[in-house]
Design a protein around this ligand. Structure first.
Ligand code: HGY
Ligand code: MN
Ligand code: MN
Length: 413
C-alpha cells in the first residue's frame, strides 16, 4: 500500500513553521506579508527540488505540478493555503499544502503515470486579511466586482497588499480555470473544532461548508465631556455598539441553532477615560450551514443594527464586506474518503465545517472533497493550535489514496 514519506513531510512541516514564527511558537504569515511571500518561495523551492514543475497564476496562487500521462489529462487539484490569521497556529492551511506536495512526490517517486495531472496548490488570501478566498475565488471565476470594491480588509490594505505581491487588480480574474480542465479538488485540513476529538474519530469527512456574511459597522454619536454631560443627554456610540453585540449573541443563541454570530472587533476611536465615545467601529460575522438560515439570520441582525443605533440616538454606517455561500461537497468523493479511511484501518465520521475553506470556492466548479483531522481541544486560530503528528500523517495518507482512487476512475468524476 503506497503511503507518504512521513519523515520528509515532518521535515517540511518543521521548516515551514519557522517562516513567520512567533516567539510563543505560533506563526504569523498574513496575506502577501514578507513572511507569506517567503513561505510561498520556499514551497516552490521544495517542489523544484523534487523535480516537480512550478507555476504562479495572476492571483498569486502557487502550484507544484505532476503531469498526467497524456497532454489532455484533466487536473486534480490538491491544496490549501499558506497565509494565516495575524496570530496563528502552525497547522491551519499549512498541513494541507504540505500534504498535497508530499502526495505528488510520493506518486512521482513511485514512478506512477496517472491519467490525471496532479497539482498541489497554495491559494492566495484564504483567511480574508485582504479579501477572503481571493485565490480560490479567482480560480473558480467568483471574484465579483463588489467583493473587490469593498474587500474585508479595506481598499487601502487590499491595494497595498497586491502591489507588494506584484499582482494587479484587473488581472486577478485571469486566474480563472476552465472547469472542463479540472477533475476535482481535494483538501486536507485540521478540523479547528472539537467534534473529532470528542467522538474519538481519526478522520472527518466534510459534508457541507457553512456560509458566512461579514459587516463593518460605524456607530457615530457625540464626543462630549464625560464629567459634565448628563446621562440622558448623551449620544454614546459605545452604548449602541455594545447593545448590538449583545443582541447578536442573544439572537443567534436563542433563535438560530447550528449558526454562529461573532462581533470580532469593537474599537473606540481616540478612546479616553474622560470622553464619551463619539465613534465606534464594529466587525461582525455571521455563519450558517444553509442559505435559508443565513438569509434569515442576516435579516434579523441587520434589523438590530438599525434599532440599537436609533436606541442610542446614533448615526450608523453599514459596509457589507464578505459573503461566502454555504455549499455541499461531492457525495461520491465523501464515499471514497470513507472507503480509504477504512482501508487504512482509520475511523471516520461525517461532519459540517463551521470554518470556511478554499474548498467552498472550488466546489462551485468541480467535484470537491475535504478531509479533516482532529484538533486537540478544538483550538485553532491561535498558537495553541495542535494536531498530533500521527493524525497529520493519517490525513496525508487519506489525501494521497483518495487522489489515487480518483485517478483510477477519472471518468466517474
Ligand atoms: O475564517 C475561517 O473560517 C477560515 O479559517 N478562513
Ligand atoms: Mn484554513
Ligand atoms: Mn483559518
Amino acid at each position: 500500500v503506497l503511503l507518504v514519506d512521513e519523515d520528509r513531510l515532518r521535515e517540511d512541516f518543521l521548516a515551514l513553521a519557522e517562516i513567520g514564527r512567533l516567539p510563543d511558537g505560533g506563526v504569523s504569515r498574513t496575506s502577501f506579508s514578507d513572511a507569506h511571500l517567503l513561505a510561498r518561495r520556499w514551497f516552490h523551492e521544495r517542489a523544484a527540488a523534487a523535480g516537480l514543475k512550478t507555476r504562479v497564476d495572476t492571483a498569486g496562487n502557487h502550484s507544484a505540478v505532476l503531469e498526467g500521462n497524456s497532454p489532455d489529462s484533466r487536473t486534480l487539484l490538491l491544496g490549501s493555503h499558506l497565509d494565516t490569521v495575524p496570530v496563528a497556529g502552525r497547522y491551519d492551511g499549512a498541513l494541507g499544502v504540505l500534504a498535497a506536495l508530499e502526495a505528488l512526490r510520493t506518486v512521482k517517486d513511485a514512478g506512477l503515470r496517472l491519467p490525471l495531472t496532479l497539482e498541489a496548490v497554495d491559494f492566495s488570501d484564504e483567511e480574508g486579511t485582504v479579501v477572503g478566498l481571493l485565490g480560490s475565488f479567482a480560480v473558480s471565476g467568483m471574484l465579483t466586482q463588489d467583493l473587490l470594491a469593498s474587500p474585508r480588509g479595506g481598499r487601502p490594505s487590499f491595494l497595498a497588499a497586491i502591489a507588494h505581491a506584484g499582482l494587479s487588480e484587473d488581472r486577478l480574474s485571469d486566474a480563472r480555470r476552465d472547469p472542463a480542465s479540472l477533475a476535482g479538488y481535494l483538501e486536507l485540513h485540521i478540523e479547528q473544532g472539537p467534534v473529532l476529538e470528542r467522538g474519538g474519530f481519526d478522520i472527518g469527512v466534510v459534508t457541507t461548508i457553512a456560509g458566512s456574511r461579514s459587516y463593518r459597522l460605524t456607530f457615530e454619536g457625540a464626543r462630549r465631556h464625560a464629567g459634565t454631560t448628563p446621562m440622558k443627554a448623551r449620544r454614546d456610540a459605545l452604548l449602541g455598539a455594545a447593545r448590538f453585540a449583545l443582541a447578536v449573541s442573544d439572537a443567534v443563541t436563542d433563535r438560530f441553532p447550528g449558526c454562529v454570530g461573532t462581533v470580532g472587533g469593537l474599537e473606540v476611536e481616540r478612546a479616553a477615560f474622560n470622553v464619551i465615545p463619539g465613534c465606534v467601529r464594529v466587525l461582525v460575522e455571521l455563519r450558517a450551514p444553509t442559505a435559508g438560515q443565513l438569509d434569515a439570520l442576516e435579516a434579523e441582525v441587520v434589523d438590530h443594527m438599525a434599532r440599537d443605533a436609533a436606541g442610542a440616538d446614533l448615526a450608523l454606517t453599514v459596509e457589507r464586506v464578505g459573503r461566502w455561500e454555504p455549499i455541499d461537497l461531492d457525495a461520491s468523493i465523501q464515499t471514497c474518503i470513507v472507503d480509504v479511511a477504512n482501508e487504512l484501518g482509520l475511523t471516520a465520521t461525517n461532519l459540517l465545517s463551521g470554518a470556511g475553506h478554499d474548498a467552498q470556492a472550488l466546489a462551485a466548479i468541480t467535484p470537491t472533497g475535504m478531509v479533516f483531522v482532529p484538533s486537540v481541544g478544538g483550538i485553532s486560530h491561535d498558537p495553541a493550535e495542535y494536531t498530533r503528528w500521527r493524525d497529520c500523517v493519517n490525513g496525508a495518507n487519506v489525501l494521497l489514496r483518495v487522489a489515487l482512487r480518483l485517478a483510477q476512475t477519472p471518468e466517474t468524476l
